[in-house]
Design a protein around this ligand. Structure first.
Ligand code: TRP
Ligand code: SF4
Length: 400
């Protein structure tokens, strides 16, 4: 079993490009070997801003899944699913909305930022205000503890942590908590029970973080605890009540070093991308027509790599000897720009070839893609249902 559970989502915004690959997907590829991973398509999140163009959503969802698989996300390692197919997310979102202070949502920095940035759209909607809360539901419903995201999403993870604490505070209390916690400790068995007690005291009286860690490790290893008892004992460590929902942590993804063709950040809105499924001739053509240092008007004008977007590509793709060759050749006018671009063309094509091979397989076998997603949705739903049973019960909705 893995100790960590990683969850991340992506809005379906169209075909993915090298910016996504170097920024997000390569990180996922690594994580899928190290932890239990859940990756999902956040189609409801896409609707918060694209509610007036639903026709693009469904095509984008499947394109994105194929791009993930093509990039090497491995469905035998990670669970891949679509948010709207696990409708428990919506139920948790609704239930969390009951206890979410409006001011908390209004204060999330992305709220006003995005409204200003996308000023051509009317984003004064209920759904858009609730964007971070829907994201909280996505995370909390799996009790995921690690959430790989970019810098821009960190406020959403912070918000999720606050919602989580508020939820546990409001609904984690139960009558006879102390007695139930004590009974649960007994179930750990002599040695572990004693250790747990000692660690709890060390943490509560001396504030020893390492004691807290060890006590949590004991609980993670305990096979014979019911879910309820486990939550009680996690909660008991820190005082309070049961920890029904688990506080996640942001796993900050380093900003991608992948520049766009014009040297700005690679982004669809700048029209400077190389798509993962871009055909290789088009890749060559796009790189060949990239702008270079404007000082190199003629072949024998010397240039400065610092002023050239191609140089940024060399930073990503070339080893020291090639980079050396570029600097010397550029500043002495010893090489031409077309010559300089060739190793970049070769490297990008080499990177994309296995991606294309996998993409072709999935394009030719759409049923395979659907099956992968059906499996993933089923697995995710099983986990989501477990959490929802506890959530419903704690909110007075256990009507059986
Ligand atoms: N808001 C995220 C983004 O725009 C996408 C997202 C939705 C997400 N739900 C999530 C990311 C849960 C991580 C965890 O990138
Ligand atoms: Fe850019 Fe290379 Fe031309 Fe120099 S030689 S301007 S680094 S493309």
């Amino acid at each position: 079993m893995f100790a960590n559970r990683v969850l991340s989502g992506m809005r379906p915004t169209g075909r993915l490009h090298l910016g996504h690959y170097h920024g997000v997907l390569k990180n996922w590829l690594k994580l899928q070997h190290e932890h239990e991973c859940l990756f999902f398509v956040a189609d409801w999140h896409a609707l918060t801003t694209h509610y007036d163009t639903p026709e693009v959503i469904s095509q984008n969802v499947w394109d994105m899944v194929v791009d993930w698989l093509a990039a090497g996300v491995d469905p035998s390692q990670a669970t891949l699913f679509i948010q709207s197919r696990v409708i428990e997310h919506a139920e948790l979102h609704l239930l969390l909305s009951m206890m979410t202070p409006l001011g908390w949502l209004e204060r999330v920095p992305t709220y006003k930022d995005q409204q200003e940035k996308l000023s051509d759209k009317d984003l004064s909607t209920y759904g858009f205000l609730g964007y971070p809360l829907l994201q909280s539901a996505d995370i909390l419903i799996y009790r995921a503890n690690l959430v790989p995201v970019g810098e821009d999403q960190v406020p959403h993870i912070e918000f999720t942590r606050e919602i989580c604490r508020r939820f546990n505070h409001l609904y984690g209390r139960e009558t006879g908590f102390e007695e139930k916690a004590q009974a649960a400790i007994k179930k750990l068995g002599g040695k572990k029970a004693k250790l747990y007690q000692e660690m709890r005291t060390a943490y509560q009286e001396q504030g020893e973080e390492s004691a807290l860690e060890s006590a949590r490790a004991i609980l993670n290893d305990a096979q014979n605890l019911s879910l309820g008892d486990r939550e009680r004992l996690f909660g008991y460590l820190e005082g309070g009540g049961r920890m029904i929902l688990a506080e996640p942590e942001a796993l900050l993804t380093e900003a991608s070093k992948m520049p766009g063709l014009d040297g700005q950040k690679m982004s669809k809105s700048y029209n400077n991308t190389i798509a993962l499924r871009e055909d290789l001739d088009s890749v060559a053509k796009k790189i060949r027509t990239m702008p270079t240092d404007p000082a190199r008007v003629r072949r024998n004008d010397a240039g400065d790599p610092q002023k050239c977007p191609v140089w940024q590509f060399h930073q990503v793709y070339s080893d020291d000897s090639v980079k050396d060759w570029v600097v010397k050749g550029c500043t002495s006018a010893g090489i031409g720009c077309i010559e300089c671009k060739q190793p970049v063309i070769d490297a990008v094509q080499r990177e994309l070839t296995p991606i294309h091979d996998r993409a072709r397989h999935y394009e030719e076998n759409p049923d395979h893609v659907r099956n992968i997603i059906a499996d993933g949705c089923e697995k995710a739903q099983e986990l989501a249902r477990e959490t929802m049973r506890d959530v419903r019960e704690s909110m007075g909705l256990n009507l059986s």
